[in-house]
Design a protein around this ligand. Structure first.
Ligand code: PEP
Length: 250
């Protein structure tokens, strides 16, 4: 059976003290509901957060990105190999903020996917359409191209290490959320295209997360949909109370 997963993407928020106390506060109230919890702090705090989570079976850490280059003279970049050396398990790739603010293309994201997998990191691959694309009814084709361009070259062994996060851009940080019907429809579509390419066993095993203004007041209805296996949470992951409430919504 596929895993239920909740990921907190802190983006460029929380200094060392804040990161440490947020993790400790959440860990002190962790429900035993079988949901896998993933913290995604800044690169500079990955090692600290890994140490805090080490003794918890179902708690892991994700980097928010990695370089598309293996190593070398790339000042400021952080490689997949460096991330893995900190005992990190996951990396978030293709977030819309990376695509839009840093002009990351599907080609660049594919290089990152390949390097992450070859360094034994699991990938949380983000995809999502703009409001304009949805209104023009090209959103299904757009999501299909984001997924096929970045994942369809993988082997079935590799696809087992991929989680997809559907994050409609118009819902990220805006307070607008996809309705449970809109989110379920897209998650079912994503599972279908994964099944067509890799087979239904791999598609059924893949966790597909929803992201985009997921909050305590809408998490339950989203997570109760058959193809929604959890969430990638931005703003609401920065407070212990809201993140724990979302965690209790499964
Ligand atoms: C995100 O950036 O991945 C996200 C889902 O943000 P928010 O929850 O703030 O919309």
């Amino acid at each position: 059976m596929r895993k239920k997963i909740l990921v907190g993407n802190w983006k460029m928020n929380n200094n060392l003290k804040e990161s440490t106390s947020l993790v400790n506060d959440i860990l002190s109230e962790l429900p035993q509901n079988g949901v896998e919890l993933v913290f995604s702090p800044s690169f500079v705090f990955l090692h600290n957060v890994v140490k805090l989570c080490k003794s918890y079976d179902n708690v892991f850490v994700a980097a928010q990105d990695c370089s598309e280059i293996q190593n070398g003279a790339y000042t400021g970049d952080v490689s997949a190999e460096m991330i893995k050396s900190c005992d990190v398990n996951y990396v978030i790739l293709g977030h819309s903020e990376r695509r839009n603010k840093y002009a990351e293309t599907n080609y660049v994201i594919t290089q990152k996917v390949n390097l992450s997998l070859s360094n034994n990191l699991k990938v949380i691959l983000c995809c999502g359409e703009t409001l304009e694309q949805r209104e023009k009814k090209v959103h299904f084709n757009f999501i299909k191209s984001q997924i096929s361009d970045t994942l369809f070259h993988l082997t079935t062994d590799q696809i087992n290490n991929i989680i997809i996060a559907y994050e409609p851009i118009w819902a990220i940080g805006t307070g607008l959320t996809a309705s449970k019907e809109q989110a379920q429809e897209m998650h079912a579509f994503i599972r279908k295209i994964i099944a067509e390419k890799f087979g239904s066993i791999f598609a059924d095993n893949m966790s597909i997360l929803y992201g985009g203004s997921c909050k305590p007041n809408n998490a339950k209805e989203l997570f109760s949909q058959v193809d929604i296996d959890g969430g990638l949470i931005g703003g609401a992951s920065l407070s212990k109370q809201s993140f724990i409430e979302i965690l209790n919504s499964f």
